[in-house]
Design a binder for this molecule. Structure first.
Ligand SMILES: *Cc1c(COP(=O)(O)O)cnc(C)c1O
Length: 441
């Protein structure tokens, strides 16, 4: 997969000349789609292994903010773009840092994109991509069911600050999506591969075709389903991650990534026009090192998150609970997810339990955390402990009651990010015990 060792063109074009041509962008995307379907973990076996400075099996951390040159002429040539195309010359770490770049290579390898670069948060990855691709007056079509922060960015911030407007659509209504995309005006279609928190699955190939037909770029947030889904292989142009979740796995770091064509990453890094360069949502090199150490076991972790979510969802359903999990055959998007998912990963590590009222949802979570120790009441996902939150009053509270209803978020919806610490049966026992205690309510 030499695709992942993309040549960047650091500083080569400087004055807006690398404004992205959407047609080239989409054509290139189609040309670079790999012909075969493979386990995303396979990319790591072929990826370049960075050794440490003294022969360490781990790469060294390049903690420097700035970089020396041995001859004064080198500096001039770097700024003129004559050097640095292979990322063997560095200028300043807000621009490119070798350790952050290396994590980006791994993210690109996992998502099967030409290039990637990592940012200080998932939100900064999202805002940087949107601002790079859209100009003032630009239009976005986005899913109605999105992470609360992304929804607020699109609905409140971008119209006010940048005159960029968004039409929100029901993604399952492909006709409505088609209608909402206005050729020439709509710059991009934005959605989550599996959406927060209702676990609706996006038809990535079909939505990509619809958007591309009208010249719009497809940007997919794959935070919920790393390894499980590979949106770029399914037709998307850009894949976003909140690394803070599954990719990190430790619930200790806030980070993000933009994975896409080298032309996009380069434009975002452009010294004079790029959002990553000019808005400065820079990842710290020490954080990039930490995260690089976790990438090798992401596939193992995902398999166990997914395995347990499937077992618990099946058992919960058997007990007569209202459970939403796309691995269950009664989930409306089950077959769609099955048709797109990478083999042997399963159907994701999140499930939702509809307890109908907020009161019952809170009671259950209270017992699960404070009596039986099944999980923790906390937002976020991808941790080794199970995390539980009532979506309507937490992560999706930025949405209006009406928007929540349209997105199918009931007041008693408990989202669970299933962890893998302890044994599966031990944890299930803790869940069953909590249910018995719920009988009084
Ligand atoms: C958490 C999350 C984000 C935001 O990421 P941060 O790293 O918290 O900035 C974006 N999209 C989804 C789907 C998320 O779950």
């Amino acid at each position: 997969m030499e695709k992942t060792d993309a040549t960047f063109s650091q500083g080569k074009k400087t004055n807006g000349s690398d404004d992205i041509n959407l047609d080239d962008y989409i054509n290139m995307k189609v040309a670079t789609m790999p012909p075969t379907w493979e386990d995303p973990a396979a990319a790591l076996a072929n990826a370049r292994h960075e050794f440490g400075e003294h022969g360490g099996v781990n790469m060294s951390i390049e903690a420097s903010a700035t970089f020396t040159v041995m001859e004064p002429e080198t500096m001039r040539r770097m700024f003129a773009g004559e050097l640095g195309a292979d990322r063997d010359f560095f200028i300043y770490s807000r621009h490119f840092n070798p350790t952050v770049l290396n994590l980006g290579r791994k993210m690109a390898a996992l998502e099967g994109t030409e290039a990637a670069y990592c940012t200080a948060s998932g939100m900064s990855a999202i805002s940087s991509v949107l601002l790079q691709l859209c100009r003032s007056g630009g239009h976005i079509v986005a899913s109605r069911s999105l992470y609360g922060g992304t929804h607020a960015l699109l609905a409140n911030f971008l119209p006010r600050a940048c005159n960029i407007t968004t039409t929100f659509v029901d993604l399952s209504d492909l006709e409505a999506v088609k209608e909402a995309i206005v050729e020439g005006t709509t710059k991009l279609l934005y959605f989550e591969a599996v959406s927060n928190p209702t676990l609706a699955v996006a038809n990535v190939p079909e939505l990509s075709r619809i958007a591309h037909d009208k010249g719009a770029v497809v940007v997919v947030d794959n935070t919920f389903t790393p390894m499980v889904l590979s949106p770029a292989r399914l037709g998307a142009d850009v894949v976003i991650h909140s690394i803070s979740k599954f990719v990190s796995g430790g619930a200790d770091i806030i980070a993000g990534a933009v994975c896409g064509p080298a032309s996009l990453i380069n434009s975002m890094m452009n010294l004079h026009e790029g959002t990553l360069m000019l808005l400065g949502p820079t990842m710290n090199a020490k954080v990039a090192f930490e995260l690089s150490e976790r990438i090798p076991h992401l596939s193992l972790r995902m398999k166990e998150h997914c395995n347990r979510a499937m077992v618990y969802a099946t058992r919960m359903k058997k007990l007569g609970l209202k459970v939403i999990y796309p691995g269950l055959e009664d989930h409306p998007d089950h077959l769609l997810l099955k048709s797109m998912a990478n083999k042997e990963y399963g159907y994701g590590g999140l499930l939702c339990l509809d307890m109908e009222t907020e009161e019952r949802a809170n009671k259950l979570m209270d017992i699960l955390q404070n009596v039986t120790q099944f999980g923790l009441m906390a937002v976020s996902l991808g941790y080794h402990e199970t995390l539980m939150s009532c979506s309507g009053s937490s992560t999706s509270s930025e949405m209006s009651a009406e928007a929540r209803e349209l997105a199918g978020i009931s007041a008693g919806l408990v989202r669970m990010s299933i962890g893998y610490s302890g044994t599966l049966e031990q944890r299930w026992g803790q869940f069953e015990k909590a249910l018995l205690k719920m009988k009084d309510y």
